[in-house]
Write a protein that binds this ligand. Structure first.
Ligand code: NAD
Ligand code: UGA
Length: 469
């Protein structure tokens, strides 16, 4: 009988442990967190995160072999395998501020594991961490005075939000890194046995610790680089009359390149791409590799450029000012099928438009008004520190209103910015919307969801990313 405990009941810890519990009925899985409100939500009918299919999985296991608790120490002490899936944000102060990973939460979890453990344990890095973190953690754990054996494994998570459950059910691969010693090999096997309940063994890759840690940063850097590449192409398309969808399609047909992840957009968002690339850049700088650091930095620079290019397009095409004009913002989450707004491009676009004194009417089907106001008043990188996980009432912002319907958002608006590719935006009645708007009525489609020809026929002036004007 194996007992698993996961520290951190967030976007990764919650869904990952729920799927392990579902696929391994004989294993008891406890998910613990210091946030009382998060744990209460996991134990209620309104889970703290929106993720298609998650409700079903949780309902099937909760109370049987899946438990959510704030009694962190008890569950850690009882576990054979402890996953650590706490947040690893970008440092906001001190050495490496704005780049290096802040391992405060990780370190405090490791110290607690060392303090409360009375039996041998496998400690699994689930969070995304800098290369060599396992060595630091090992040092903290082995300094406990009780002679307990800890084996550290790196088992980074590759799920994407919005498709987390299907990614966990059918992962492209599971990666496990461990020490190349007999004890390390035993620990790797124990974790492999857990995943082998549902993942074909040829999809479980075992490596050394540092390769596993670096592979996670590398995978996110490659993925983000692909988006910056296609977004850079979108700027060339707009300048030349080429159509970025046609370019992506043609390029993606090359089997060496492949068709996925080539959608041009207003920019990538989400809690990890930027954070993990900054982390990689910092590692390069500390390793005396400034050329490599600059190479990866460029991926973020192009992303920032894409967001400001979008804002400039809106302002310049609306006769060089949006002051006092109502702009409808459709979509605030960083992608569809999630309520997550961490590093969403919508924050930068909205702040850019507010800087030009626009009035914003924002609608997103999954993001609360409080969250939107909090995001628009927060400082860069502050969002990933636990104090913000506690619900607090944000101040209102004079020029911003949050509404619960796309038609309400667009009524009397001068322009519409589509910032998330929610399915429902494709089936909006754009004729009805056009009739209710100020004229000329503009659409700035940051996700290429609008049928440009149809919208132009209705009378809209339409700007889409990477499309002929
Ligand atoms: P999250 O902020 O949603 O969850 C982290 C949780 O850890 C929070 O609920 C916080 O209260 C809790 N926590 C912090 N310190 C704690 C402590 N000492 N004891 C107990 N609980 C503590 O973060 P997340 O999105 O789940 O990401 C977690 C890690 O996984 C990060 O390193 C991230 O880079 C990585 N990751 C995230 C994703 C994703 O899609 N979100 C995917 C792959 C990897
Ligand atoms: C990403 C990775 O896809 C996961 O493998 C990884 O585990 C995770 O980061 C992580 O480490 O946190 P996620 O950020 O949840 O997952 O979502 P993605 O689907 O990767 O989208 C990221 C951003 O890129 C979104 O803003 C999305 O709209 C944008 N994107 C994505 C594009 O602009 N174009 C695309 O073609 C694809």
């Amino acid at each position: 009988m194996v007992k698993i405990c996961c520290i951190g009941a967030g976007y990764v810890g919650g869904p990952t442990m729920a799927v392990i519990a579902l696929k391994c009925p004989e294993i008891t899985v406890s998910v613990v967190d210091i946030s009382q409100s998060r744990i209460s939500a996991w134990n209620s009918d309104h889970l703290p995160i929106y993720e298609p299919g998650l409700d079903d999985v949780v309902k099937k296991c909760r109370g049987k072999n899946l438990f959510f608790s704030t009694d962190v120490e008890k569950h850690v002490a009882e576990a054979d395998i402890v996953f650590v899936s706490v947040n690893t944000p970008t440092k906001t102060q001190g050495l490496g501020a704005g780049k290096a990973a802040d391992l405060t939460y990780w370190e405090s979890a490791a110290r607690m594991i060392a303090d409360v453990s009375t039996s041998n344990k496998i400690v699994v890095e689930k969070s995304t961490v800098p290369v060599k973190t396992a060595e630091a953690i090992e040092r903290i754990l082995t300094h406990n005075r009780k002679g307990i054996n800890f084996q550290i494994l790196s088992n980074p998570e590759f799920l994407a939000e919005g498709t987390a459950i299907q990614d966990l059910f059918k992962p492209d691969r599971v990666l496990i890194g461990g020490r190349e010693t007999p004890e390390g090999a035993k620990a790797i096997k124990a974790l492999k046995d857990v995943y082998a309940h549902w993942v074909p063994v040829d999809r479980i890759i075992c490596t050394n610790l540092w390769s596993a840690e670096l592979s996670k940063l590398a995978a996110n850097a490659f993925l983000a680089q692909r988006i910056s590449s296609v977004n850079a192409m979108s700027a060339i398309c707009e300048a030349t009359g080429a159509d970025v969808s046609e370019v992506s399609h043609s390029v993606g047909y090359d089997s060496r390149i492949g068709p996925k992840f080539l959608n041009a957009s207003v920019g990538f968002g989400g809690s990890c791409f930027q954070k993990d690339i900054l982390n990689l850049v910092y590692i390069c700088e500390c390793s005396g590799l400034p050329e490599v650091a600059n190479y990866w930095k460029q991926v973020i620079k192009v992303n920032d450029y894409q967001k400001s290019r979008f804002v400039n397009r809106v302002v310049s095409s609306m006769f060089n000012t949006v002051s006092g004009k109502k702009i409808a913002i459709l979509g605030f989450a960083f992608k569809k099928d999630t309520g997550d707004t961490r590093e969403t491009p919508a924050i930068d676009v909205c702040k850019g438009l507010l800087g030009d004194k626009a009035r914003l009417s924002i609608y997103d089907p999954q993001v609360s008004g409080d969250q939107i106001l909090r995001d628009l008043s927060m400082k860069k990188f502050d969002w990933d520190h636990p104090v913000h996980l506690q619900p607090s009432s944000p101040n209102s912002i004079k020029q911003v209103s949050v509404v619960w319907d796309a038609y309400e958002a667009t009524k009397d608006a001068h322009g519409i910015c589509i910032l998330t590719e929610w399915g429902e935006f494709k089936s909006l009645d754009f004729k009805k919307i056009y009739d209710s708007m100020q004229k000329p009525a503009f659409i700035f489609d940051g996700r290429n969801v609008v049928d440009v020809e149809k919208a132009r026929k209705i009378g809209f002036i339409v700007y889409s990313i990477g499309k002929p004007l």
